[in-house]
Write a protein that binds this ligand. Structure first.
Ligand SMILES: *Cc1c(COP(=O)(O)O)cnc(C)c1O
Length: 384
């Protein structure tokens, strides 16, 4: 098949499966509301869980950082791109999360690729939760190591995988809070089994960091687990962008020596690191916002209990409603959109076939009345 034929066939299959993806043009957003094509919607699709992207201190820090250090880093950290804002942020993150070291990456996607590509060699194996993020599974499937998946959040399934013989090293991969289901991993049990098998645990806490645990330290802190590798991302509760890998001294040195994702990529803009320091301070003092978010989550779950769609068992800000077929999920999202709510229908291959869903995300900028209005609209849609 030529490139043209292959591309044409893939696009046609996408359309026919009701799986066509779009990038809506968001004209404005303050995390509670957004505007598309001149229309305002209540915004239930943001990962900006604490509204940090709108925080005046974070915005001011970015501006001051840029005024002081310029718009960009100008080079990779190995050349001349690593400055005081980066170094301070790394030190603050390491201290906050109880690790020796933190290394900054430009995105969570890049951090996950970097870890897995650096660590996984031929006789090794990667045991990943079945629902682990694409950035983890993609990376794992492109290494010479063997990738096996274990049943979602099931330590017994991991145990069965671990029992199989492996000549090399074992990396167990999971998330703190799962991005499409909103549920938490049983980290203590997974860590325990990984330790017994002499493996390393990698936890990607993209959706837990900042939102749960004391001072917002995330899923691992909350469950008192310290994985060998912790990935935190800054595009969600930090309201900015970027990521960090937390690890011990030697592992960090190994990354600095050998990680191509660090060596051959421009460091994050210094002003961004400055903004992230401000976001970190706000997160550390953010108990009030976290409590508000928790109240909103509880209010939503109480209210949604009688809906005809399955509400996933999630205590997090991610509250998916399982609709089933792609077409029905799209229709429900469209119905709600017409009523003034911005929600995203998530379809395969992002989620397993037959589990298309409305991914409802709550954030601390919502008010109780927003939740009530959403519930009302959902019950109206269910009644039709
Ligand atoms: C969003 C997300 C990522 C990607 O992080 P970016 O910084 O947006 O590239 C990685 N892992 C998980 C679990 C995520 O939800």
């Amino acid at each position: 098949m030529s490139w043209q034929q292959r591309i044409g066939a893939a696009l046609q299959a996408r359309r026919e499966a009701d799986a066509w993806r779009q990038r809506p043009l968001i004209e404005q957003s303050d995390t509670r509301w957004l505007q598309v094509a001149g229309q305002r919607y209540l915004h239930f699709s943001s990962n900006d869980y604490l509204g940090m992207s709108q925080h005046p201190a974070v915005i001011a820090a970015w501006q001051q950082g840029a005024a002081q250090a310029g718009a960009g880093a100008g080079a990779s950290g190995h050349v001349t791109g690593h400055g005081p804002y980066h170094a301070e942020l790394e030190a603050q993150l390491a201290e906050w999360l109880g690790y020796r070291r933190a290394l900054l990456f430009i995105s969570g996607f890049a951090a996950n690729q970097a870890i897995i590509h650096l660590l996984a060699e031929k006789s090794d194996r990667i045991l990943a939760d079945k629902l682990a993020h694409a950035s983890l599974l993609d990376a794992a499937s492109h290494t010479p190591a063997t990738l096996r998946r274990f049943a979602h959040n099931q330590p017994e399934s991991l145990a069965a995988r671990l029992a199989a013989h492996c000549d090399g090293n074992t990396l167990v991969v999971t998330e703190g809070i799962f991005s499409m289901d909103g549920d938490s991993a049983p980290l203590a049990a997974l860590a325990q089994q990984t330790r017994v098998a002499n493996g390393w645990l990698l936890v990607d806490d993209a959706h837990g960091i900042g939102v749960i645990g004391e001072q917002g330290r995330g899923s691992c802190w909350q469950q008192q687990v310290k994985p060998e590798l912790l990935v935190v991302t800054f595009g969600k509760a930090f309201g900015v962008s970027g990521a960090a890998v937390l690890c011990d001294d030697e592992t960090a040195d190994y990354f600095v020596q050998f990680s191509r994702h660090l060596i051959y990529s421009t460091a994050m803009p210094p002003a961004q690191a400055c903004a992230l320091q401000a976001a970190l301070r706000q997160i550390q003092q953010g108990d009030e916002q976290r409590q508000k978010l928790e109240l909103l989550i509880r209010r939503f779950r109480r209210g949604a209990a009688q809906l005809p769609w399955r509400l996933m068992s999630s205590d997090s800000a991610i509250q998916p409603l399982i609709v089933g077929e792609n077409g029905r999920a799209l229709a429900l999202a469209a119905r709600l959109r017409a009523a003034g709510f911005w929600l995203t229908a998530i379809r395969p291959p992002t989620v397993p076939p037959g589990t298309a869903r409305l991914r409802i995300t709550l954030n601390a900028r919502h008010e109780e009345e927003d939740i009530d209005r959403l519930l009302e609209a959902l019950y109206d849609a269910a009644g039709e």
